[in-house]
Design a protein around this ligand. Structure first.
Ligand code: ATP
Ligand code: MG
Length: 798
């Protein structure tokens, strides 16, 4: 009953169809925003299965976020059916290759329980190395050394080669040595940072031809979205997998390359054609996303960049309205203007809150919008920022898990060795660290074989007790699932006592977070068990999932449409009927850190291009003259980029009608002066540089009543569970439901309507298997088709 191929192809224009149908060699689709690149990839995957006859598990698609992969998979399922789509290999580079690394860990001298260090682990390790080497941390700033190491890795420059590479700075010669130590320490800790997930994959394939062959066999076709933002390491890995067959298709837009700070290189698009003989280039020029005026305004902006592949993007949608520029007196008023517009457009066009996005240059800008939206009762969700898993109490718990799974994990061990306090203080820790570095051992090895450790007998006992505690949990790793063991660790470690015994009202939210975290684990275990058909879901599975959560990997609460708030970087590939691009001021956008060179400025301009091209019908730009930053009001001028937009395509709101009329007005706010000040922005960038004040977080504000983090948590949770958030209580309740339903699965029949705990209402279309393996294929009203293993599925028959 699936659409046949002709029907599928008829949903593409001629150039898109050509790109989909070309499968004889490498292909590269270069096209402007909204022209259907992602659509081409999606349809091409369907085509490869239906027409070329490839099996879904032989197709690898690499996307920018895991959420993008899930969405693409759902779309493909609609084209070719769920039974095919589930087996597609899709995800971000990091998630796909971390799984391969676990499977092959032994080949590269790791064990498969390796930890993934996040950015703060990486920095903290660099910091301790700098300290241990006795270097001045004002010269060797941990964050910048860490960035340099990261950059080296993204270019596949290994520690010993660092001195010879262009990143090497003769003024900071020790960075090379720090890098060497850093790599050694990661290895000792059986840990990989995010960049290692790429470097080690590259090395795995480079040095183990049999392994590479195995994956070349497995991935018969490789597709990459957002190719302009892949870095050197990622390109090399793709090449390792595809160089013989050349069955590879990448899509991208050089005008949207915005990740050079992470090592992405705009030239990679050009070098693609050098890596593959006869790579075929496809161009798409029709934008289907935006109105004509938005497309033309975006074009006029990007034309100001010198480095680019010329493109002629046009739209045949409605002409639409011009870009709007709404200057505000202050950041506060900016938020008022935006909220007012959201309400107005929603009323006029009868659309949902989820049709709006507010995009900003830096995360810190979200605060004023949050405040205003809370006041106005506008539902919103923030992507990115401090995620739930970055909160202290959660990081503590996760550190325990990490040590239990991998006791050599140095960063996690340091975090919990004396938390809750157990008398192993800083002095003892530094003795352990010294001994470890002298003997080339991990901290854990020193602690469990403390022959050369110079500490008192009492301390030794304490260390011993701690090791036994950890070992006790380690022995339960195989027997208990992630939730059971996780729960036990929280109780037995004393964390739970520590957090619950406090009468400090601030600790209330920590308690709630801990409870939500447990609910998250429980939900994760249950949903994975359903999907993985009954295998035990171990603590290490949970850690793997948590380590690779990205800002955007949240499903959101489908119950209520919400306005999206996110940075422009996170908005890549997305689209919204109305987009606000806020904070268009010189000290914000372009970022004052990126005004040194033409190259950096061009990247900032591309960033604005990305922002504008997210809009389907309305694109509204705002800027504020005064902004509360660094603990005081700061004056700012409009962004130089505003001048880059063709003035005939930009409507500047001259009056500040939406602002409280009684407020004091400054001369520039007079209607007639609006366009003038735009002509002459002050060169504030230099002025900013002269200001030695470090960037600071906004001053403390009273906690909002609604804890935004618990909201954030729910978002994060959804990736772990693949479904909607269920609080602890209801999860427990539905366990009863599950007992009831799984005790009588045979009353289920094809055509039955069920209500699933996570997926909602659906109709059973197929039943197969027997006993513990009995499976139902269910078409859910809202989430598409899913296969459920009845033994674990939680639903009731309606
Ligand atoms: P970006 O550069 O922002 O990633 P893109 O090139 O990947 O954009 P898509 O997201 O694939 O563009 O497409 C933009 C929108 O246009 C989507 O809503 C898509 O469904 C729609 N679209 C693309 N091609 C067609 C087509 N031939 N017919 C109808 N709609 C289309
Ligand atoms: Mg896209």
């Amino acid at each position: 009953n699936f659409n046949d191929m002709d029907n599928i192809l008829s949903q593409l224009n001629d150039s898109q169809r050509e790109a989909v149908e070309y499968c004889d060699g490498a292909s590269l689709v270069i096209a402007g925003a909204g022209s259907g690149k992602t659509r081409v990839l999606t349809y091409k995957i369907a085509y490869l299965m239906e027409q070329v006859g490839l099996k879904p598990w032989n197709i690898l698609a690499l996307t920018f976020t895991n959420k993008a992969a899930r969405e693409m998979k759902e779309r493909i399922a609609r084209l070719v059916g769920q039974h095919q789509a589930v087996y597609l290999q899709m995800g971000t580079f990091h998630s796909v290759f971390s799984r391969i690394l676990r499977a092959e860990a032994e080949r590269i001298g790791y064990s498969s329980n390796f930890t993934i260090y996040d950015q703060s682990d990486a920095r903290s390790l660099v910091k301790s190395i700098i300290k241990e080497m006795g270097l001045d941390d004002k010269v060797y700033k941990p964050s910048s050394v860490s960035d340099q190491i990261s950059m080296a890795k993204n270019h596949l420059i290994l520690p010993h080669a660092f001195v010879k590479c262009s990143l090497y700075d003769a003024k900071k010669p020790k960075v090379a040595e720090i890098y060497v130590h850093y790599a050694e320490r990661c290895r000792q800790a059986n840990a990989m940072d995010f960049d290692d997930l790429l470097v080690q994959t590259f090395l795995l394939f480079e040095n183990h031809e049999d392994v590479r062959r195995k994956y070349v066999e497995r991935f018969q076709y490789v597709l990459v979205d957002e190719y302009q933002d892949t870095n050197f390491a990622q390109q090399k890995i793709v090449l390792q997998l595809t160089r013989e067959r050349q069955r590879v298709c990448v899509v991208g837009d050089d005008a949207q390359s915005i990740y050079s700070f992470r090592g992405a290189n705009i030239d990679n698009i050009l070098s693609f054609r050098e890596s593959y003989d006869n790579a075929k280039l496809f161009k798409l020029e029709q934008n289907y996303r935006s109105t004509q005026l938005i497309v033309r305004a975006a074009n006029s902006l990007i034309r100001k960049n010198e480095r680019q592949i010329p493109k002629d993007v046009f739209s045949r949608n409605d002409e639409g309205e011009k870009l709007q520029l709404k200057p505000a007196y202050s950041d506060k008023e900016e938020a008022i203007i935006v909220c007012k517009d959201i309400r107005r457009i929603r009323r006029e066009e009868g659309c949902e809150y989820s049709d709006f996005a507010i995009l900003y240059r830096t995360n810190a800008q979200s605060r004023s919008f949050e405040e205003q939206m809370r006041k106005d009762g506008i539902p919103y969700r923030i992507y990115g920022g401090l995620s739930f898993y970055q909160r202290k109490e959660i990081k503590d718990v996760i550190a325990y898990f990490r040590v239990v799974v991998n006791p050599n994990d140095e960063e996690a061990l340091k975090r919990i060795i004396n938390y809750p306090t157990r008398g192993i203080g800083d002095t003892t820790l530094s003795r352990i660290v010294d001994t470890a570095s002298k003997e080339g051992k991990s901290l854990w090895e020193v602690m469990t074989q403390p022959a050369h450790l110079e500490v008192s007998k009492g301390t030794l006992t304490k260390i011993n007790n701690f090791c036994q505690l950890i070992d006790g949990w380690r022995m339960r790793l195989d027997g208990e699932d992630a939730y059971q063991l996780g729960h036990a660790i929280i109780m037995e470690s004393g964390i739970s006592k520590e957090i619950y015994s406090s009468r400090n009202p601030e600790d209330l939210s920590r308690q709630e977070n801990l409870e939500e975290f447990l609910a998250a684990m429980q939900d994760f275990v249950e949903s994975r068990r359903e999907e993985d058909q009954g295998d035990q879901i171990a603590l290490s599975d949970f850690l793997q999932e948590v380590a690779l959560l990205t800002d955007l990997d949240s499903e959101g609460d489908a119950d209520q449409p919400k306005v999206s708030l996110m940075t422009i970087h996170s908005a890549k590939g997305l689209e919204f009927p109305t987009v606000f691009v806020v904070g268009l001021e010189e000290n914000i956008f372009p970022s004052p850190m990126c005004t040194n060179s033409m190259r950096e400025l061009e990247e900032e301009r591309r960033l604005l291009y990305v922002a504008i091209t997210r809009a389907e019908r309305h694109c509204i730009l705002t800027c504020a003259q005064n902004r509360f930053r660094y603990g005081r009001m700061e004056y700012d001028t409009p962004s130089r980029f505003i001048k880059d937009i063709d003035p005939s395509l930009l409507h500047v709101e001259g009056t500040l009608g939406s602002f409280d009329q009684s407020a004091q007005r400054l001369p520039w706010q007079r209607a007639s002066e609006g366009p003038e000040w735009m002509q002459n922005p002050r060169p504030v960038a230099t002025q900013f540089r002269a200001d030695p004040k470090p960037r600071q977080v906004a001053p403390h504000r009273p906690e909002p009543k609604v804890d935004p983090f618990s909201e954030g948590f729910k978002r994060q949770l959804n990736i772990a569970s693949g479904g909607r958030f269920k609080p602890v209580a209801s999860t427990r309740q539905t366990s009863a439901v599950s007992a009831q339903s799984s005790s009588a699965p045979h009353s289920l029949h094809e055509g039955a309507v069920i209500e699933h705990q996570r997926f909602g209402i659906g109709t059973v279309v197929k039943l197969e298997g027997a006993g513990d393996n009995e499976k139902a294929t269910v078409e859910f009203r809202n989430v598409g088709t899913k296969q459920l293993l009845l033994k674990f599925a939680k639903f009731t028959i309606v």
